[in-house]
Design a protein around this ligand. Structure first.
Ligand code: UFG
Length: 328
């Protein structure tokens, strides 16, 4: 298929683009490289540098595109609390422009990168897709607003779409992994401590309503996540907007994640309790039964040890690269 991947230089976008290229698809990536990495983009993909809002109409106007996978977005919970305007602009306004560009060029197949943050603080876990959506931060609110937008475009204009609500994505695929200039995510930060790039990990609160007092999350391997995008793309139907949760179905607390990182790395990883982070819910665990049942999604890297080990192999490669760059 001829595909446009927005945000294809970001962490999830680049793994997905790599898998699509491996499977023989003709991939065009648009990325403004504000947070993405040039190194992560597969060599076989065409790359267009710029903002989706400015360039989507022109690119799709070339013709021949059969689908769009839309990753480009701001995606940090804490940052969205401080800078909501940027989230409404870059997530909602940009996606409206993309959907209009798709409509004008007759492209009716969309996979949208969404999030568990659309649910907010659920009354019960595991979270199924029919549970109330009450986001606790602007990031989740913008992604939810986009889901409403997509549904209305599906009904009015025949768009065929799938929103994938990711829980906590982690792990790496070969030489592509989490490599951000400013890192805020738990697993890469803990591994940076193991590598000696940070002194300790700060745990944001140990007085949450969970078994050990630290927040519980459902970690999903980025390579399993990529498979779900391919399945969604191949099964979208005009006029229908489907929503699926993607997680591994198990919850791990911040303390349990740190312990697993200690086991995998053999490093003692000092940890210290710090104040809670604004916008964080206590517990997020997915039910992914719907996508397994309806699309046959079959994640194979669901245990935390595999996820952390793959992330650790990648983090060490990064550390080696940084070391040799300094020496040369
Ligand atoms: N945490 C720490 N210390 C840190 C970093 C994180 O204690 O230095 C804690 C957070 O408070 C949270 C947990 O580790 O309880 C996970 O935090 P992350 O920043 O790794 O991830 P989030 O759960 O905040 O958010 C991620 C994605 C969102 C997505 C969400 C869905 O960044 O896009 O998962 O579950 F919406």
């Amino acid at each position: 298929m001829k595909l446009l991947v927005t945000g294809g230089a970001g962490y999830v976008g680049s793994v997905c683009a790599a898998v699509l290229v491996e499977q023989g698809h003709d991939v065009t990536i648009i990325d403004n490289f504000s947070t993405g990495n040039r190194d992560a983009v597969p060599g076989e993909a065409r790359i267009i540098e710029g903002d989706v809002a400015d360039k989507a109409a022109e690119i799709l106007g070339e013709g021949g595109f059969e689908g769009v996978i839309h990753f480009a977005a701001r995606s940090l919970v804490g940052e969205s609390v401080d800078k909501p305007d940027e989230y409404w602009q870059h997530n909602v306004v940009t996606t409206l422009k993309l959907l209009n560009a798709m409509r004008e060029s007759g492209v009716k197949n969309l996979v949208f990168s969404s999030t568990a943050a659309t649910y907010g603080e659920p009354d019960q876990v595991p979270i199924t897709e029919d549970m109330p959506t009450q986001p606790t931060n602007p990031y989740g609110a913008t992604k939810l607003a986009i889901d409403y937008m997509i549904t209305s475009f599906a009904h009015a204009y025949g768009l065929g779409a799938t929103s994938l609500r990711y829980f906590n994505v982690a792990g790496a695929y070969g030489n592509i992994g989490e490599n951000r200039e400013v890192e805020t995510h738990l697993i890469p930060i803990v591994l940076q401590v193991a590598l000696g790039h940070r002194d300790k990990i700060f745990m944001f609160g140990d007085d949450w309503d969970t078994e050990d007092g630290t927040p519980v999350r459902d970690y999903i391997h980025v390579r399993d996540l990529a498979d779900a995008h391919v399945l969604a793309l191949k099964s979208n139907e005009s006029g229908n907007h489907r929503i699926y949760n993607l997680g591994s179905g198990d919850g791990y607390s911040v303390k349990q994640v740190i312990d697993m990182c200690r086991k995998v790395t053999g490093h003692d990883i000092p940890a210290e309790v710090a104040p809670r982070r604004a916008g964080d819910p206590a517990t997020l665990i997915a039910s992914s039964e719907k996508i397994k049942r309806e699309l046959g999604w079959n994640p194979t890297r669901t245990d935390l040890e595999t996820i952390v080990s793959d992330a650790w192999n990648f983090t060490r490669q990064l550390g080696d690269k940084a070391h040799s760059a300094k020496r040369s």
